[in-house]
Ligand binder design. Structure first.
Ligand code: NDP
Length: 326
């Protein structure tokens, strides 16, 4: 029979956290300790409810409804699914969504024309170009064309530049890294003075995640594909954010006891037992790492739901800023 108890994780000082009256404790089963699960699905749901309430008030009091425009080029199935999910999420909180679908062989000029129209449209507060774009288009030109005030993805170089500079504030922070930090905040996990390691340095996740942690006064190291002995670096971390795209790369032995683990990776791996023939796993080997860490995000159900919640939050933020609302 399993013996089951909840124990405070004593090896670090910051894991006794509070999320809507749920204390964060490691769980002990038969003398094995398991990390507390950081429930991104639940946090994202809370955030969406908060956003829906604000939007409904805004509509009632000043008659403004936030609007998000999405441009999808080509017929990649994964991109179409992401766009569909974003539209559904907008509908669920009361954000108007506008969608433009263009054929794979459309010209860059066509995309730029649509961006320009949305830039000038007062009912649109956020513009998102679904990536990746077809290879004949210059992604940089396209992302630069989105006006910075409507750059809810936070990918415009001016927004990233401001994020990187001391004393400057970006108008928007990219959604996935923002979601990672929001999870740490909502679970009351201190960042200031902690050692953080970000694995991956992409423009959309790893690099902005490292900048955000640094802005929160963590001491940050970045591990990338050319890093030698990455496990020596990750073993020093109080917080690890993994955004690599390599299934189960971070093993239990890479993790300092009591560390907090945020897993951004979404990797399909073959699974004959699943009806789809595959299942999704993260960049962190959950089975091993959850026995060493004090808190961990699952995949799926961790960072993924937070990304869309942050997109909705950025769109609301944009509408409030454009209309000078508090
Ligand atoms: P990219 O491919 O753009 O970047 C991957 C990064 O990982 C690069 O910086 C690369 O290093 C680094 N890397 C690759 N292999 C290794 C290795 N063996 N050791 C250390 N570092 C390595 O990916 P993204 O940042 O776009 O995405 C990362 C993961 O996050 C993917 O699984 C993606 O599906 C997922 N994702 C999840 C989201 C969500 O909402 N949950 C949103 C966005 C992405 P280098 O720079 O040296 O090449």
């Amino acid at each position: 029979m399993l013996s089951f108890s909840i124990v405070p994780y004593c090896s670090i000082d910051f894991i006794h956290c509070n999320l809507s009256k749920v204390d964060v404790y490691a769980i002990q089963v038969d003398n094995e300790t398991f990390a507390k699960v950081i429930d991104g699905k639940r946090v994202a749901k809370d955030i969406r409810e908060e956003i829906a309430v604000e939007i409904s008030k805004m509509k009632e009091e000043v008659g403004i409804v936030p609007g998000l425009a999405v441009i999808l080029v080509g017929d990649r199935k994964d991109s179409a699914t992401y766009v569909r999910n974003k539209k559904k999420a907008c509908d669920s909180v009361g954000i108007n969504s506008f969608e433009v679908r263009l054929a794979e062989d459309s010209t860059e000029e066509e995309v730029l024309n649509h961006i320009s129209k949305f830039n000038d449209d007062p009912s649109v507060h956020g513009i998102l170009v679904q990536l990746p774009l077809p290879s004949h288009m210059n992604e940089q030109n396209v992302l630069n064309a989105v006006c910075i005030e409507k750059d809810v993805d936070g990918f415009h170089p001016l927004n990233i530049g401001r994020l990187a500079m001391r004393g400057r504030e970006p108008l928007f922070v990219p959604c996935t890294p923002k979601g990672c930090i929001e999870l740490l905040h909502r679970y009351d996990i201190p960042i200031k003075g902690k050692r953080a390691v970000v694995i991956g340095r992409s423009n959309i996740v790893g690099m902005p995640a490292a900048l955000l942690l640094q802005r929160e006064d963590a001491t940050v190291s970045i591990v990338h594909s050319r890093t030698k002995n990455p496990e020596e670096i990750t073993r020093q971390a109080d917080i690890i954010i993994a955004a690599v795209g390599q299934p189960n790369m971070v093993r239990g032995s890479w993790v300092k006891p009591g560390a907090v683990l945020i897993d951004v990776g979404i990797n399909p791996v073959e699974d004959p037992e699943s009806a789809r023939g595959y299942r999704l796993v993260g960049d962190i080997c959950y089975e091993e790492a959850s026995k060493v860490a004090s808190a961990i995000t699952p995949v799926p159900g961790g960072v993924g739901p937070m990304t869309i919640a942050m997109l909705l939050s950025n769109t609301l933020l944009s509408a409030k800023r454009i209309h000078n609302l508090r």
